[in-house]
Ligand binder design. Sequence first.
Ligand SMILES: Cc1ncc(COP(=O)(O)O)c(C=O)c1O
Length: 452
Amino acid sequence: MSGSSRSRSGDTRPPSLGASTQAEDVSGATQRALIERRRKSMGANLLFYRDPVHLVRGEGVWLFDDENCRYLDCYNNVPSVGHCNARVVEALKRQAGVLNTHTRYLHESVVEYAERLASSLPAELEMCVFTCTGTEANELALRLARAATGRRGVVVMEYSYHGNSNLIAELSTAGLPPERRPDHVVAVEPPNLYRGPYRAGDPLAGESYGRLVAAACRELDERGPGVSAFLCDAIFDSQGGLEAPVDYFEHAYRYARTAGALCIADEVQAGFARTGTMWGFERYGVTPDIVTFGKPAGNGHPVAGLVTSRKIMERFAESQFYFNTFGGNPVAAEVGCAVLDEITERELIRHVVDVGGYLRSRLEELATKYEIVGNVQGLGLYQGVELVSDRQSLEPAAHQARRIPDAMKKEGVLIGLSGRYGNVLKIRPPLVFDRANADQLLDVLDRVLAAA
Ligand SMILES: Cc1ncc(COP(=O)(O)O)c(C=O)c1O
């Protein structure tokens, strides 16, 4: 962690006193050497920040670097019940010391985890398959949808991300230029009430965005593949975290189903209390045919999968077989159960509603103070702050936005960026984030925006 001017709040060492200069030089050299080793051994790097952070420890909402500098984590959704959560670590250690196998043997915890997930969902979603990643879960969901419908096409959002396999990368329009999109993929405009074709105040916005799904289904029929699935992430993570019109999913699902498609809710981002309900789709009053999950399910350990109806699962099983060596093993199941226990016992859903509401109202105050803040969007503890250089034309202030995470990092606060134009500040902390943490984030953001 070299080059930072902020105080080392996790350390006993005072900030940048003369005596520490030499130590900082040594640390800077160590950091540069590690970056170089990483470049040589891992290639083109995807490191965050101009001056990357070298983390060595985490605890709750805090991350500590190699100099024991403390950062407030306002970005990481995976350690949702807190970095190195004691209950999760204990469950993992305990089960790893007893037994870990794949899922072709009977094991109580594995069945219990499947039952508990199903019981958190609408009754018809009763069967669970475990995987290691969200990508695998989405890929399997697509296979189920194709088996159930006999068609191949998929309707997704523009600028979506659903994973990294070949099949799923084709559905992840954020990373795929339109000219390389295969025939069986049609993307629709996400329901963005700030800058999309139908905006806040339009009472028919939900219906109008829904109709785009109907048109996409027709297009897939005309092209030939037909439509097997409508796949959507209810918090619209890569689009900057959107709050869709409350009737959007009702219309979108109705149109998709009329065209014969299954509705897949990708809950890899929105699930596990992030948006203030256990599952992101709950807010919209719909029941998906398949729910996929990942990231926060294991608080950093590979726990992912899907839940669907018996009918859809049986249809798939008639012609195909799925086995995942590591998915849903006893250690994963114990970890998954520990995460669910934490959500329940710490009342994290209620907590997210409370802290998320507080964070949102204070972010909206910043929007009245700074012209550059065009909009605040999102749900619960997923908030996006969209920066624009002109509130009339909504010209994205991408250049200014890019500097803000670096400036905040220097003050000990980690956030990210999102959105089609890279101009949305992404605030998505572990769920144990509290009002005092929100105040710290907002004070730093206020100072950084003032300086910008
Ligand atoms: C909405 C969504 N779906 C799926 C995935 C893929 O999950 P994984 O990286 O675990 O394969 C991601 C990952 O960022 C995601 O954001």
